[in-house]
Ligand binder design. Structure first.
Ligand code: ZN
Length: 286
């Protein structure tokens, strides 16, 4: 089984996770820019974070044979902090870089006016740069948040096929499906969406425009839930080709629209060190 995890925050994960993911069949991923738990207090912190997404983390991923792509944005939570909002002016510099395959994560957390303003501006940037948009829907009040999300997407003029609306569930999937956007599902260990519930949605709606991710980050999450979903699909009677479509060809098609998707581990990041740092311990790095 070859797996493309279209939403995972490797910055928060360990080398054990990378090794287990490779053993499970993960060969490519997208790491969306997001918040880090500890709130940031200045634009400079974002500069270092964005640089690490296109530099250090891509290097670290390559050491495990996994192609690393990312999305760049001011996330909805920190869009509420006036100290962070000037990040919006910084985005064009990053949105032109290789391996940056979308504007994201954007969207709503608390549905504040500040979140809406940053969301609308970043949809404009996606149109301007010809990039897909990767949209986070709130975990609380998901129904209203998803409806307002689809209104803003429609008002922005971005093609619905260039948008993935993520963290959907059995209730919100139908409205998103009618809007013509890509349907993102984050599979979690104990709460929210499970592999079995995901399979039931696939049985009801089909495989078209569906992306399945682990959304693993610094919270309770599991980077192998993409594999578990593929296994649950096979157990439910889906074919290997069906699994390949959902776990590989669909994310390649969606993020390939950027024209910048990296699917091979680049040789220039496959060396032993990055800026003098190695993932090895106890061995000299030249
Ligand atoms: Zn995320």
């Amino acid at each position: 089984m070859r797996i493309f995890d279209p939403h995972i925050h490797m910055t928060s994960r360990t080398t054990d996770d990378y090794a287990a993911m490779h053993a499970a069949g993960v060969r490519a991923l997208v790491e969306p820019a997001f918040w880090l738990g500890q709130p940031r207090t200045s634009v400079e912190s974002f500069v270092d974070y964005f640089d690490s997404l296109i530099g250090w983390e891509r290097f670290r991923s390559a050491q495990f044979g996994i192609a690393h792509n990312c999305t760049i944005a001011l996330n909805p939570k920190e869009a509420n902090d006036p100290r962070c909002v000037p990040v919006l002016d910084l985005l064009p510099r990053y949105l032109a870089k290789d391996g940056v395959v979308a504007v994201g994560e954007i969207g709503f957390v608390n549905m504040s006016a500040a979140e809406e303003k940053a969301f609308a501006r970043q949809l404009e940037l996606a149109v301007e740069f010809g990039l897909p948009a990767m949209v986070h829907t709130p975990h609380r009040d998901k129904h209203a948040g998803t409806e307002r999300t689809l209104e803003l997407v429609s008002a922005s003029g971005i093609a619905p096929g260039m948008v993935v609306v993520d963290h959907l569930d059995e209730v919100t999937v139908d409205g998103a499906g009618e809007a013509g956007v890509w349907l993102g599902f984050s599979i979690y260990p104990n709460t929210k969406m499970s592999p079995e519930r995901m399979v039931a949605i696939l049985q009801r709606r089909g495989l078209e425009r569906v992306l399945v991710n682990s959304a693993a980050d610094w919270g309770r999450s599991d980077p192998l839930l993409t594999l578990r979903t593929g296994e649950a699909m096979l157990a439910a009677g889906f074919s290997s080709d069906d699994v390949d479509r959902v776990l590989w060809r669909n994310p390649v098609e969606f993020y390939g629209q950027s024209g910048r998707l990296i699917l091979d581990v680049e040789s220039d990041v496959g060396g032993a060190s990055f800026e003098g740092n190695s993932i090895l311990r106890g061995e000299a790095v030249q």
